[in-house]
Design a protein around this ligand. Structure first.
Ligand code: IYR
Length: 215
């Protein structure tokens, strides 16, 4: 064991910091219109390091972030995603689901997959492979979900926009990105600056009374 030491804030400082962080994070929105303005690799590296600092089951860090900027690979991803989404929007999604999505104006067309300078594809690892030997990971979905939360917060903090895109099923990513058998695609996240004229739907967020219970 080693000492755990972080700054010891006063009660006032803690409240102010909690408020400031909420103000920052509350401005994050899922964005579907990206600028093609380049984003330096170094920025993305810091964001990935932040994501990988998330807690994980037995500290196995059961994730791989595949970070794509190559236009040919982005085009392949777009084509395959749009193929799946065509099926989703034309039969696989229920009427209720399509109705719930109306305010977001989504459809099967995903131009952002080629426009955004980066696509981060997060893979989860059910087990690690060390010299052909399987090493179990734990709470994999929880761990990778936490890492994705850290990732989105870090992206927003850098002034960038993201979309948690879900072209289900995601298995085409395994093939295109040539990932090994122990990795499964978890989330597909385009990252970049928002388009100058980007619009987002007008939505509210639940208040404390609607989403928390205190005892
Ligand atoms: N995967 C589709 C549909 C979709 C599903 C949910 I849940 C959303 O919040 C938004 C979209 C798509 O990305 O268009």
């Amino acid at each position: 064991m080693i000492d755990y030491s972080v700054k010891n804030y006063s009660a006032e400082e803690s409240l102010q910091r909690a408020k400031d962080y909420y103000q920052l994070i509350d401005q994050r929105r899922s964005v579907r219109e990206f600028s093609d303005r380049p984003v330096a690799k170094e920025v993305i590296e810091q964001i990935i390091l932040t994501a990988s600092s998330a807690p994980s089951g037995a500290h196995k860090q059961p994730w791989t972030f595949v970070v794509v900027s190559n236009p040919e690979i982005k085009s392949k991803i777009r084509a395959a995603a749009e193929e799946e989404e065509h099926e989703n929007y034309n039969g696989r999604m229920s009427e209720e689901w399509l109705e719930d999505l109306k305010i977001f104006g989504t459809d099967e067309h995903k131009p952002f997959l080629e426009i955004a300078p980066w696509i981060i594809v997060v893979f989860k690892k059910a087990y690690d492979l060390e010299d052909g030997v399987k090493k179990k990971n734990y709470y994999v979905n929880e761990s990778v979900g936490l890492a994705c939360g850290f990732l989105l917060a870090a992206i927003h903090n850098a002034g960038l926009a993201s979309l948690t895109h879900t072209p289900s099923p995601l298995n085409f990513l395994q093939k295109i990105l040539e990932r090994p058998e122990n990795e499964r695609p978890f989330l597909l996240i385009p990252v970049g600056y928002p388009a100058a004229d980007a619009k987002v739907p007008e939505i509210g967020r639940k208040g404390l009374g609607d989403m928390s219970v205190w005892m």
